[in-house]
Design a protein around this ligand. Sequence first.
Ligand SMILES: Cc1cc2nc3c(=O)[nH]c(=O)nc-3n(C[C@H](O)[C@H](O)[C@H](O)COP(=O)(O)O)c2cc1C
Length: 272
Amino acid sequence: MKRKALIIYSSLSGNTETIVNAFARTFEKYDWEVTLQKITARSKYPQDKIYFDDYDIVCMGAPILAGLPYTKFSEFMGLYKPESGRFFKGDQFGSPEAAAKKRGILFTTYAGGIAGPQECIATLNVLKVYMDLQNIPTVGYFACAGREVRHTAVDGLAQALGILVDEAATYVMTYVQDPDNALFADFDEKKLQLLKEAAADERHFGHDVMVYTTVDGVEMKGSTMWHYDLMNRPNERDITNAENFIANIVEDYFFTVDGEPRKASGVYYSIS
Ligand SMILES: Cc1cc2nc3c(=O)[nH]c(=O)nc-3n(C[C@H](O)[C@H](O)[C@H](O)COP(=O)(O)O)c2cc1C
């Protein structure tokens, strides 16, 4: 019987999805069956139900928006609702016995500003709470930098409409891909105009390109942010990191004599 991985995630501008695809490809190389569940602003809990029972590994990931995981992902995880967190058949949360056999992986993509990897730790910790609520032991954390797009416009729209940055990001990123999306059905003309202007404004933090010469005389071009090459992330190395990260976990946890996953006492980190 094939091993099964579930990857439940959000991605507004595609960076996190690039990592999801690298994860999925790697699982498939080991002949695992992969299920992708993308959580968008239109996903509804509990209507779009998904159960964790059927999977050996559950991966959960979301980009950072304004310091924490994208709120639509958090909402879907059901943590603010009266019927919260029913991701196992029949149980409110994963029964410790059923969940203990599974292994959890958490991931994010983030810009890092001038603080760097420190920026992603809080988000990974919040995602860990969602995994803990299902009683699934987390054995891996992955994060890499992700190009920031339309940040300035999103912040401006949030301010103009008096809404959360996350919500403004949902509107702007959705509008860019699909201006006729039902999400905008009840927008009046003024709101639509503001949205249209925001979608046309591609400025973002970290766009300022700095040119400098190193002591070795090499001319460097990059962003002024922690990740000098932020505008090209995730890059090939991030993708290779993601592939190796999953390969390590699959081989080390599941290549066992009796087929049972190894004890969840070892945790793998790949953060860049
Ligand atoms: C409106 C907005 C707010 C953001 N806030 C943060 C933040 O607080 N910290 C951070 O490290 N990155 C932040 N980012 C950067 C994103 O986390 C990063 O670009 C991520 O890779 C986006 O993932 P996605 O393409 O899957 O949506 C922000 C990006 C946008 C557009």
